[in-house]
Ligand binder design. Structure first.
Ligand SMILES: [Mn+2]
Length: 341
């Protein structure tokens, strides 16, 4: 079925999920709170109703999300450990992935064993896609809100605290703690329900936002002293090189949220991070305050995303990708400033 941003019929989706006994849950590489919270939220529901369910991700669980892992429910994909179980999986639920390729080696396994996939996501997906069932709601603030909708439609009994821990984490992280323009009534409803179930929201906040490694702060110091401003300070950009990462002994996850932080600067409408992956590939990350869309700029570099939060992986050296990304952004913003958004 294909609910690509059309009204979603959760009962129809429920039929597919109910029919499967062995279900795998997964999300994209370098997982975030939305993907992980959606997984753990639905995991607790599905185990409660007796399904044979496992969460298997390409990436290891980032340390800040350990609080979701009380029952050691998150597993990192290891062929020798998982392939036998995987071959008999009847349904794979893929959360928040944006792009099938972001499942990395798990994408290969899915193709190899011809496994049935259902994508639940709030990122745009092209019509021709890699999933058997494509459930997309671009208006959802978080994939976790879609899991909430599903459970509201089919669960029949109130959500448990374990489920709420996951859903609250998903919503909190994808709305920048209820601050971004995507924050809607449903996000707050999920928060209310979570509080009433005893979710320690302040502890989740501290785990995620007040848990910076020293490496992250050192890296932040270095990049903040090397910010570049363009277009009368409307556009700010910075680079994160492999050397900077090595000097700070930083991990990839230490970089999360830097573009959001740069966007908080007065007058800055669009922030851009260019991060060197290796000698011939970089990651670019756009954040907009809401006046100018940025997913079209990410699209011009082969990526995509939401209107005001987008990114791409771009082949090429840091110098080349930096010049290309900065030039494309300036061109696009100049056009938008002249002709409206
Ligand atoms: Mn998300």
């Amino acid at each position: 079925m294909n609910f690509n941003n059309t009204p979603i019929n959760w009962n129809q989706i429920h039929e597919v999920i109910s029919a499967a006994e062995r279900i795998m849950l997964t999300t994209h590489e370098n997982p975030d709170g939305d993907g992980l919270g959606s997984e753990s939220g639905l995991y607790h529901h599905l185990t409660e109703i007796g399904k044979d369910v496992r969460i298997i991700n390409y990436s290891a669980l980032p340390e800040v999300y350990e609080f979701l892992n009380q029952g050691m429910i998150f597993e990192q994909y290891e062929p020798s450990e998982h392939d036998e179980w995987l071959q008999a999986v009847q349904l794979i639920l893929v959360f928040d992935v944006g792009d099938f390729k972001r499942l990395r080696t798990l994408a290969d396994v899915i193709t190899k064993y011809n496994l049935v996939t259902m994508n639940i996501d709030h990122h745009p997906h092209p019509d021709e896609n890699y999933f058997n069932h494509n459930i997309v709601n671009l208006k959802a603030a978080a994939t976790g809100c879609m899991v909430y909708d599903y459970l509201q439609a089919v669960r029949g009994i109130p959500l448990s605290k374990d489920i709420c821990d996951g859903l609250y984490t998903a919503v909190m992280t994808d709305t920048g703690c209820f601050r971004y323009s995507n924050t809607d009534n449903k996000c707050h409803l999920i928060a209310i329900e979570s509080l009433s179930k005893g979710v320690k929201t302040h502890e989740i906040y501290q785990q995620v936002y007040e848990n910076s490694s020293h490496a992250r702060i050192q890296l932040l110091g270095e990049l903040l002293s090397n910010l570049h401003y363009e277009l009368d300070n409307t556009f700010a950009w910075f680079v994160v090189t492999r050397d900077m990462m090595a000097r700070a002994q930083a991990a990839k996850s230490d970089v999360d949220g830097f573009s959001d932080m740069v966007r908080t600067i007065k007058g800055v409408e669009v922030a851009l991070m260019i991060m060197e992956n290796d000698a011939d590939s970089c990651r670019v990350n756009f954040r907009s305050k809401g006046k100018f869309s940025v997913n079209d700029i990410a699209g011009s570099l082969g990526g995509g995303g939401h209107a005001f939060a987008a990114g791409a992986i771009v082949a090429g050296s840091l110098d080349r990708v930096r010049d290309l990304a900065v030039t494309n952004t300036i061109d696009s913003l100049e056009k938008k400033m002249k002709g409206g958004v």
